[in-house]
Design a protein around this ligand. Sequence first.
Ligand SMILES: [Ca+2]
Ligand SMILES: [Ca+2]
Ligand SMILES: [Ca+2]
Length: 315
Amino acid sequence: MKFIAIILFVLIISFSCKKSSSSAVDDTSITYTGTGSVTKGLATTTTSNLYSCTGGRVTAVGTINSSDGKSWIVPAENNFATGVKLPDLYNECNGKSPASIAQVDTASVPITVIDADGEIITGYIYGDNYFELYVNGKLVGVDAVPFTPFNASFVKFRAKRPIKYAIKLVDWEENLGIGTELNGGNANHPGDGGFAAKFSDGTVTNSSWKAQTFYIAPLSNPNCVTETGTSRISSGCALPSSAANAYALHWALPTNWYASDYDGSTWPTAVAYSSATVGPKVAYSNFAPQFGNAQFIWSSNLILDNLVLIRYTGN
Ligand SMILES: [Ca+2]
Ligand SMILES: [Ca+2]
Ligand SMILES: [Ca+2]
C-alpha cells in the first residue's frame, strides 16, 4: 500500500510540474502540429473604442500572446485611425441613407491619384465588417465604419491598368481574441464576414480572386484546422464550450502582401457565397443594381476566418 501511495504521489507531482511549466496557452493536453500560432482565451484590450456611432457595436482592438512567444493584434492590425476614410455610398453614422443611387452625388466624389498617367476608375464596395483597399500597391483608403452599422463605399481613383487589387478584410469581434460578438442572450456568437465590389475596369468580386486567411477563431481545438498546400481549412472545427476554452490560430501577414508585384498566385481561391448566406443590409441592397454581377466572397470559412487578404488583377 505504501509503495502504491508513493507512486501516486510522484505521478501527481510530475503532473503538476508539467502543468505549471506550460506557456501562454495553458493546456498541456493539446500539442499543436500546424504552421499557425496558437492563442487561448481573451486578448488584452489596447484600444477600447476605435470608432463610435449611435447603434453601433463597441469597436475595440487588443493584443494577445501565443504559445510560441509572439504577440498578435486582434481582430487585426489596421490603418483605421490614420487612413483616409473612403467616400460614403451609404453611412448612417454620417447621416447618409439614400434609398437608391439616384440620391447619391457620385459626381462630386474626389479622385484619389494612384498613378498620374492612369485612368479614372469608380467602384462600389460593401464589406462585413471592415476593409482596406490597396490599388497598384498604394492604400486608396479605409472603410469608414470598422464594425457596425453596416455601410458601403463609393470610390474614385486614377490608376494604370491592369489594376492590382489587394484588400484586407476583417470580420470584427466584440470578445477580442476569440472571434465572437455579443448577440442578444448569446455572449459568444461567432459573427460572419462577406465582401462584394464592382469596379468600372470590369472587375467584380467572384471566385477568380485569391483569398488567404490569417486569423481563425473561435476553435475548440486548434488541430481541427487542416492545411493542404497553402489552404487553411476550418470546416471540420467545432465551437468551444466557453470563452476561456476558446483557441485561435494566427499567421503573420507577408510584409509586402499589397505590393503591385506580390505573387499571390499560390493563395487559395476565394469562395463565393450567396447573398442569402451573407445577409447584406440595406447599405448593399439599396444599390444591388450597381453591384450587378459581383458576388460575395471570402476565404473557405465565412464564420471562423476573421482576417482575410484578397487579391486580383483586373483587365
Ligand atoms: Ca464597414
Ligand atoms: Ca467570425
Ligand atoms: Ca461580421
